[in-house]
Design a binder for this molecule. Structure first.
Ligand code: SAM
Ligand code: DTB
Ligand code: SF4
Length: 328
């Protein structure tokens, strides 16, 4: 059986070789798109896009040195650091997200890791957001097993923690946290019984082999992440990655299609970077198997196309936002 045929087996595979992922990634573009579409519609309605909304609940001043990130205290981006928002402010934003059609509310904090006392505060916020009828997601940095279990007990549905890139390119981007530490946090999240949201970034100066390595790392986790956010780097002034070589749109679509084929049942989220994408590029991403986006006019600290633009794009494409874009 060749790589593609094996990928169509009923059970998602976690035993991909890098060579197989590379073979898929490098297929002639029309063939790659066809295979991705075939797999996508086997598990999902191809006209449906799930909407998640982001809120930065604790902004800036982060001790980590992630080269892409405007929130790192190591870079001079002019971003004002702030404390953890109070629960009323967060719940008001969650309500607005719900009214905007989101089914999941993702809260991000610029921490290396939360403190135990933060976890207690967050519990109250999680239950409040859930009571509104939204799925909850948080991204707070590294977690211990105990913290992961406490978040799960408070009702947290998803935890976002990205691998960001290939294991071998990772050290060029972040020096204050290792790849293995990221894998440990992901294991704690899984063991606690939460769903995993884990993906990475394209456009940081990585090679094609690094993109393949990133997809390989994601698709060989013991269980595929339920959500796979694929971010196009948002270049922020003052970060070391300002001025990085731009990614050709077709090369980006290859990453989406390869992720769809390698992780057939995962939601593949077309995440950061849509402000720099044409409608045609986004349409190709949806045609390659992306089935989720961030709604709203802000990601964490940078702009996002938001309500009217997204509604117009989805209408033009004859697609619908589906709060419950579940596997079919
Ligand atoms: N501090 C936590 C952590 O890193 O684990 C959570 C928040 S962090 C901002 C979440 C993710 O956002 C990062 O892992 C990265 O993949 C993505 N991200 C951050 N800055 C970005 C940028 N400028 N462009 C694209 N993605 C970015
Ligand atoms: C993810 O992979 N992308 C989102 C979410 N997970 C937390 C964050 C994107 C951040 C983009 C830069 C910013 O707005 O600060
Ligand atoms: Fe901090 Fe997360 Fe930004 Fe890295 S990505 S600097 S950990 S907020």
């Amino acid at each position: 059986m060749n790589a593609i045929d094996r990928s169509t087996a009923l059970q998602p595979r976690s035993d991909w070789t890098r060579g197989e992922i590379r073979e898929i990634h490098d297929l002639p573009f029309p063939e790659l798109l066809f295979r991705a579409q075939e797999i996508h519609r086997r598990h999902f309605d191809p006209a449906s896009v799930q909407l998640s909304t982001l809120l930065s609940i604790k902004t800036g001043g982060c001790p980590e040195d992630c080269a892409y990130c405007p929130q790192s205290a190591h870079h001079n981006t002019g971003l004002k650091a702030s404390k953890l928002l109070d629960s009323e402010t967060i719940l008001a934003a969650a309500k607005e997200a719900l009214e905007g059609g989101a089914s999941r509310f993702c809260m991000g904090a610029a921490w290396r890791a939360p403190k135990d006392r933060d976890i207690a505060k967050l519990g109250e916020i999680i239950s409040g957001v859930k009571e509104l009828g939204l799925e909850t997601c948080m991204t707070l940095g590294m977690l211990t097993g105990k913290q992961a279990r406490a978040l799960k007990d408070s009702g947290l549905d998803y935890y976002n923690h990205n691998l960001d890139t290939s294991p071998e390119f990772y050290g060029e981007i972040i020096s204050t946290r290792t790849y293995d530490e990221r894998l440990d946090t992901l294991a704690h999240v899984r063991d606690a019984g939460m769903s995993v949201c884990c993906g990475g970034i394209v456009g940081m100066g990585e090679t094609i082999e690094d993109r393949v390595g990133m997809i390989h790392a994601l698709a060989t986790l013991p269980k595929h992440p339920e959500s796979v956010p694929i971010n196009l780097l948002v270049q922020v002034k003052g970060t070391p990655l300002e001025g990085a070589a731009r990614v050709h749109p077709i090369d980006f679509v290859r990453v989406i299609a390869t992720s769809r084929i390698a992780m057939p049942r995962s939601m593949v989220r077309l995440s950061a970077g849509r402000e720099d994408m044409s409608d045609e590029m986004q349409a190709l991403c949806f045609s390659a198997g992306a089935n989720s986006i961030f709604a709203g006019e802000r990601l964490l600290t940078t702009p996002n196309p938001g309500g009217d633009d997204d509604a117009a794009l989805l209408a033009r494409l004859g697609m619908k936002s589906d709060g419950r874009s579940r596997a079919v």
